[in-house]
Design a protein around this ligand. Structure first.
Ligand code: NCD
Length: 326
């Protein structure tokens, strides 16, 4: 990972540990090595231990997070808030940008430069691909992307990979099948880029118009990962160790007629689950809008609620790491 030209973003501490994330932005999963991931997952385990034992700590007492969301969010926004609060820090929540100066025409760089006067770290969700990289160029404080349009969602990718590790105990050797809107689903983009670092077999299940972008497919193939594409979930359900389901991203369609044609393409039902391995883990970044039947929730292999809890531990780990307190 590369330090910024104007490093250190936070004065007073020297980033001298091998895995120091101190002062760094988190804008793409491409910045992580396997070693980095192991380090973050270890921190997340520690955060889980703290929360289970005592609920909170004062590790980030006196620190402030600005949570700036230009797109809707339930899990990502609230888990960042909970993460900061459980670490003893405070949050400036800006979730309805319609109530901020953005509606007066303020640019993203100006909004970022404003918030960094008050906060030590900024979490940004934005509809444009690359927005968090732009913000990071202007900011002297760390920027953590919470999703940029149809690009990436790095912290979700990390929590997804961490969930695979905690559900199955390892990542190498697994067959991971991703199902749904692979074109627009930024969580799929981040998770598949992370999985290229592991010895995994990857299957991509989608309607033809929602296939994984060729750029990402190329990256996976360049990393030596065989890529299997199909329209039929039945072709992978019996052999997959992880089935990662996503919703069709209605808000990304210019033509709603096209959305209507594919919106109900997949539904994971109890009948389909009967075909899957006993050890399989069923994941979903959520929200779901029909892709997983509610009757599947009681199946012990349904990992999506554990997955979202993991999100808080991963975000606690990341906040502590970029603020030099890990
Ligand atoms: C995802 C997102 O926002 O990309 N949600 C999330 O962060 N958990 C997935 C989605 O919206 O479908």
């Amino acid at each position: 990972m590369v330090y910024k030209a104007n490093e250190p973003k936070i004065v007073g501490l020297t980033p001298d540990r091998q895995h120091s994330f101190y002062g760094r932005d988190i804008v793409s999963v491409k910045q992580f090595s396997r070693d980095d991931l192991g380090y973050i997952f270890g921190l997340a385990d520690e955060m889980r231990g703290i929360v289970k034992r005592v609920g909170a700590t004062d590790l980030l007492k006196g620190y402030v997070l600005a949570n700036l969301f230009y797109e809707p969010s339930t899990r990502t926004a609230s888990s960042f808030i909970a993460a900061m609060q459980r670490l003893g820090g405070a949050v400036i929540p800006i979730h309805g940008v319609q109530y901020s100066s953005v509606t007066k025409g303020e640019s993203l760089p100006d909004t970022i430069r404003t918030l960094e006067c008050y906060a030590d770290v900024i979490v940004l969700r934005h509809p444009e691909v690359g927005a968090s990289e732009v913000a990071a160029r202007y900011a002297n404080k760390p920027i953590i992307s919470a999703g940029d349009g149809v690009g990436e969602h790095p912290t979700q990718g990390l929590l997804d990979l961490y969930t695979i590790q905690t559900e199955l105990g390892h990542i190498d050797g697994l067959h991971v099948a991703m199902v749904g809107d692979l074109k627009n689903g930024r969580t799929v983009h981040s998770l598949s880029r992370l999985l290229r670092l592991y010895d995994t077999q990857l299957s991509f299940v989608s309607p033809n118009i929602l296939r994984l972008p060729v750029e990402i497919k190329g990256e996976l193939q360049a990393a030596g990962r065989p890529v299997f594409e199909t329209e039929k979930v039945e072709q992978v359900i019996e052999t997959a160790d992880i089935v990662y389901v996503t919703r069709v991203q209605k808000e990304r369609f210019a033509d709603l007629g096209e959305y209507e044609a594919v919106k109900n393409y997949y539904e994971i039902t109890p009948e389909l689950m009967k075909l899957a391995k006993k050890s399989m883990a069923l994941m979903h970044p959520l929200p779901r809008v029909g892709e997983i039947h509610y009757d599947v929730d009681a199946d012990p292999r349904a990992a999506y609620f554990r997955q979202m809890e993991n999100g808080m531990y991963i975000r606690m780990a990341l906040l502590a790491a970029v603020l030099g307190k890990a």
